[in-house]
Design a protein around this ligand. Structure first.
Ligand code: FAD
Length: 307
């Protein structure tokens, strides 16, 4: 099913993002964790492409498994960095033939050790070019990335949102945000995007912190700020992942409650292939979800509700 059709039925969606396991051993752990998460019946799942060192073939195999063998609505991430138009067209046909209806179209980043992305004369340089190419040729529901704290390469948030509007106009049906730890950035971003005429759903992407060092690295790479208060709480537990995870999950819980209570139309969980944090969050929120459901039934324009 297309995710846009799920939107018609579900006012809020809850989705999980996975990355393909690299080897046999991590595949076993992945199976156990994913199995636990699937019991929560997410609205859809997504599988990253070429990220975290995973291979692109593994993405397609995992997408095939989720969609064709396990029966979940699955979105395949796809990046165009270093790909030719011919390769993109070929890959899209492979996904189409597999029965996949949803793709998350992303530019991608330069390979490790190469700081600047070189122009790609045989392919595309921006996510919007990839979206346009796929929209004009295939019948996919298309998701794309959005950056509440601006994309790290962008000189300003306003400029980044102008480029985002180009991407939406090129054919993106909905957006999922980069992780953020302070909801203020999401709400401000939503308002600014709306002012620039972006009308599609912008689903917040949330990562429950389970590993301090890893999240610090991610935040440096992406330009995502960790609030000072949270940092102060986490720092003493740099080498104590269990305690750090407790703080991280508590923080994510506050974030998610605030987002849903103020009208966010869903949550996309960056699971990092681990289940405990996402399950804890989901279980603690179940009552809140019911409250939010009532709120939605009363409210006509929850998307632009401000905290
Ligand atoms: C939801 C989500 C999923 C992701 N999944 C993956 C994944 O599976 N695999 C992976 O490797 N990475 C993934 N990423 C990371 C992503 O590859 C990087 O963030 C990448 O740097 C940007 O890709 P993009 O398509 O979002 O950016 P783009 O939309 O291409 O924007 C990148 C930069 O170019 C600027 N720009 C855009 N259009 C123009 C234009 N026409 N003219 C001038 N400047 C322009 C933007 O302002 C921005 O600064 C994901 C990110 C998100 C938010």
């Amino acid at each position: 099913m297309k995710i846009t059709d799920i939107f018609k039925k579900q006012k809020r969606t809850f989705s999980f993002e996975f990355f393909p396991p690299k080897d046999y051993q991590t595949a076993i752990k992945f199976g156990i964790n994913a199995g636990q998460l699937m019991k929560l019946t997410p609205s859809f799942v997504s599988v990253t492409y070429g990220a975290s060192g995973s291979t692109q073939t593994n993405t397609f195999e995992l997408v095939d498994l989720f969609h064709n063998e396990l029966g979940f609505t699955c979105m395949a991430h796809y990046t165009c960095v270093n790909a030719t138009r011919e390769k993109i067209a070929y890959d899209m046909r492979v996904l189409q033939d597999m029965g996949i209806e949803n793709v998350m179209l992303i530019r991608g980043d330069s390979p490790k050790g190469e700081p600047l992305l070189k122009p790609n004369p045989c392919g595309f340089n921006y996510g919007s070019d990839l979206v346009k190419f796929v929209r004009e040729r295939y019948d996919f529901c298309i998701g794309a990335g959005a950056y509440p704290e601006k994309h790290i390469e962008s000189s300003s948030l306003d400029k980044d949102i102008t480029n985002l509007k180009i991407k939406v106009d090129a054919g993106a049906d909905f957006l999922i945000t980069q992780m953020f730890f302070d909801n203020k950035y999401y709400w401000d971003f939503l308002n600014k995007a709306e002012q620039q005429g972006i009308k599609c759903r912008i689903i917040p992407g949330i990562i429950p912190i389970t590993n301090f060092k890893q999240i610090k690295k991610f935040s440096e790479l992406t330009g995502t700020r960790i609030p000072k208060k949270l940092m102060t709480k986490l720092e003493p537990y740099q080498d104590n992942p269990k305690e750090a995870a407790k703080i991280g999950i508590d923080h994510a819980l506050i974030q998610v409650s605030d987002l849903l209570n103020n009208g966010a139309l869903g949550i996309h969980f960056y699971t990092l292939n681990k289940s405990t944090a996402a399950i804890k969050l989901y279980e603690s929120l179940s009552q809140d979800f019911k409250d939010v459901k009532m709120l939605f039934e009363k409210s006509l324009t929850p998307h632009i509700a401000k905290p």
